[in-house]
Ligand binder design. Structure first.
Ligand SMILES: C[S@@+](CC[C@H](N)C(=O)[O-])C[C@H]1O[C@@H](n2cnc3c(N)ncnc32)[C@H](O)[C@@H]1O
Ligand code: SF4
Length: 288
């Protein structure tokens, strides 16, 4: 199983569409400590193979490197999902030593546009350059909105230049918001799909099909099982486990607590939940 840890629930940016700023997701009080995470993983008897650290902004945690270094001995690989603004050469070198890779979020290679949507452009590009140079860059995450469609080709070219993959996700935001992709004309939708099809045709065709279904029919699939939760669990900053990010604020989706429940307890609860038909726009990027 892969464990996603929301290690730091706050952020230094205020992206215009962030789940935490415009949607229902809420930042929880941070109750996680290194010892509890280590003990819990230890007791899972090798069942936790990979850990992803996310947030908020994980690199802002004051013991971030210490936590990564300690957990790295317990698992096969570590991934960080970050806005890249805080990444220094020293931090990147340490992360490499702790077998960690980083995905950095970038929505435009044009300073003004990225500033408008997310902020921190220069620092983010600097973070990507450092990650590439040190050899820990595992991908670029781009959220597609109505404002950055003309950036798709340039972003793909930029990712190729950095020899990394790019993960596009449609913005998850209410339909009345002008950033929502459903407000595009048919012509704009087709143009976007052509660009994505070229990029995804080799190995991620299933993901392109999701985009097609969503943009053309405003439909999301009704899976019989949730492929994300077959392999992943979320640990929120308050110490509670959830099957996925969208469900992390739903009380009856809680799988237990790191302070009171074992890996087996959490898995048992997960198996009892019938997940799949609840696929939402927010789950989209998790299927890449
Ligand atoms: C919540 S952030 C946390 C990690 C880090 N702060 C970052 O921005 O990469 C994780 C990912 O979710 C994306 N994201 C945030 N709000 C979103 C939304 N409303 N729709 C789609 N993706 C979103 C971000 O762009 C980022 O790639
Ligand atoms: S950097 Fe990440 S967590 Fe912070 S506001 Fe942007 S999307 Fe949200």
């Amino acid at each position: 199983m892969d464990l996603h840890i929301i290690i730091y629930p706050k952020c230094n940016l205020k992206c215009s569409y962030c789940f935490y700023n415009v949607n229902s997701l809420s930042y929880k009080k941070n109750k996680l400590d290194l010892a509890s995470i280590q003990t819990w993983i230890d007791k899972s008897n090798g069942q936790i193979e990979n850990v992803t650290f996310t947030g908020g902004e994980p690199t802002l945690h004051r013991n971030f490197l210490e936590i990564v270094s300690q957990i790295s001995d317990q698992v096969e690989s570590i991934k960080i999902i970050s806005n890249g603004t805080m990444l220094t050469r020293e931090m990147a070198e340490s992360l490499k030593q702790y077998k960690a890779k980083i995905d950095i979020s970038l929505d435009s290679i044009t300073s003004n546009l990225h500033e408008e949507i997310r902020g921190g452009f220069k620092k983010t590009i600097n973070g990507i350059n450092i990650a590439k140079e040190i050899g820990i860059l595992s991908g670029i995450n781009t959220v597609l909105t109505t404002s950055n469609l003309d950036q798709v080709d340039d972003l793909i070219a930029f990712a190729r230049l950095k020899e990394t993959k790019i993960n596009f996700s449609p913005v998850d935001i209410e339909e009345s918001n002008s950033l929502n992709l459903l407000s595009l004309s048919l012509q704009e939708k087709n143009s976007l799909l052509r660009k994505l099809e070229n990029y995804y045709c080799d190995d991620r065709n299933h993901y392109f099909k999701l985009f097609y279904l969503y943009l053309h029919n405003n439909k999301l699939p009704n899976f019989t099982k949730c492929y994300f939760s077959l392999r992943n669990i979320i640990l929120d900053s308050d110490g509670n486990f959830y099957p996925c990010y969208p469900r992390k604020d739903i009380q009856n989706s809680c799988l237990g607590s790191i302070f009171n429940n074992s890996f087996e307890d959490v898995m048992l609860k997960l198996q009892e939940m019938k997940l799949g038909s609840c696929f939402k726009l927010e789950c989209f990027g998790l299927y890449q």
